[in-house]
Design a protein around this ligand. Structure first.
Ligand SMILES: [Zn+2]
Length: 126
């Protein structure tokens, strides 16, 4: 039976919390080149893959140049970099999770929000 992907509603609070955490974990610097200029969360598996959308293994904090250069122009380099960064086993596990639908992994947005807030508190030393 063919799986159909149902479009899920966006959650800007969750996206914002996730972005804050990724940025802080990266120390506000591009994880590839160290630049602090025009950066953002770069997803390896696209953002509309909800089973991996808020998965820390699936993202890097990248400047626009690194994101555009590798992700859009040289996807093979991007894959190699992500694989090296995560190590092969975790990369394979991430790819397996990304193949599933959000409901198949039991995605619970409220639970993710609580976890992200807790991690941010730890990082901020509160
Ligand atoms: Zn960069």
């Amino acid at each position: 039976m063919k799986k159909t992907k149902k479009k899920l509603p966006k959650d800007s609070t969750l996206d914002s919390l996730f972005s804050q955490l990724v940025r802080r974990l990266a120390g506000y610097k591009c994880e590839r080149c160290g630049s602090t200029y025009q950066y953002g969360v770069s997803h390896y598996h696209r953002r509309d893959v909800y089973s991996a959308r808020w998965d820390l293994d699936n993202v890097a904090w990248l400047c626009n140049l690194c994101h555009n250069h590798t992700f859009h122009l040289h996807p093979d380099l991007h894959t190699a970099w992500f694989k090296k960064r995560l190590e092969s086993e975790k990369f394979e596990q991430l790819s397996a999770r990304a193949m599933l639908l959000a409901r198949e992994i039991g995605l619970d947005r409220e639970k993710i929000k609580v976890e992200l807030k807790a991690r941010l508190k730890i990082i901020e030393g509160k």
